[in-house]
Design a protein around this ligand. Structure first.
Ligand code: FDM
Length: 212
């Protein structure tokens, strides 16, 4: 496929603690990209619309109990069931802005004490993001923003552990953005790194897979 006639879209993942601003930044990015004449879609994990997603949703809202490894594998399965569609969207030129991905999967499960390598294994072979933008906020600050819902992981002590685990996942595609800056500044920095990433993908950067 010639890179000039059919440039691929970029796989951009936003990660961060609860209340870091991921969700509003993600939808803002999609509108921005569309305004630039680019094809873009907002995705999120867990995708609660599938059967697996409904099991996850019921677990998160404390309506069901699942063993730690079981829920970990369900989160992973929820990404695997979207992999084919993800690849075809990217190849057809659509950029995906994804609110949480495998990094959430590993950070949250390993924060419960599961072995990090065990947590990474089922993610191997999923598409690797071209950019992971981490909205960096101290757990205490995020908690002060309020609005933790009643979901299972929305507690300060647990979020502190998650923050530590996220730190172990930094790789070459990872960029920290200071989420304590004024919102417009966060937006501006995100736009810059995302546009950069989109440009590299258009130039022919190959798609790759997670965690060799
Ligand atoms: N979460 C999310 C995981 O534990 N593993 C995963 O793989 C993913 C994608 O689920 F607490 C956690 C992170 C968060 C919750 O919340 C989902 P939101 O509000 O839908 O992002």
């Amino acid at each position: 496929v010639g890179m000039s006639d059919n440039p691929r879209g970029a796989l951009v993942v936003l990660e961060g603690l609860d209340r870091s601003g991921k969700t509003s930044q993600a939808s803002g990015l999609v509108s921005y990209l569309e305004g630039q004449g680019l094809s873009a879609e907002l995705w999120r994990f867990p995708d609660r619309n599938t059967c697996v997603g409904q099991m996850i949703s019921s677990y998160l809202s404390n309506k069901s109990e699942l063993d730690d490894r079981t829920i970990h594998l369900l989160f992973s399965a929820n990404r695997w069931e979207k992999r084919t569609l993800m690849e075809s969207k990217l190849k057809s030129g659509t950029t995906l802005i994804v609110d949480r991905y495998s990094y959430s999967g590993v950070a949250f499960s390993s924060a419960k004490g599961l072995d990090i390598e065990w947590c990474k294994s089922p993610e191997k072979g999923l598409l690797a993001p071209d950019l992971v933008a981490y909205l960096d906020i101290p757990p205490q600050k995020a908690a002060e923003r309020g609005g933790y819902g009643g979901e299972r992981y929305e507690q300060l002590e647990f979020q502190k552990k998650v923050a530590k685990q996220y730190e172990m996942l930094h790789d070459l595609t990872w960029k920290n953005v200071d989420a304590c800056l004024p919102m417009e500044e966060v937006t501006k920095q995100l736009r810059e790194i995302v546009m950069d990433c989109v440009a590299n993908c258009r130039k022919g950067k190959p798609l790759s897979e997670l965690w060799q």
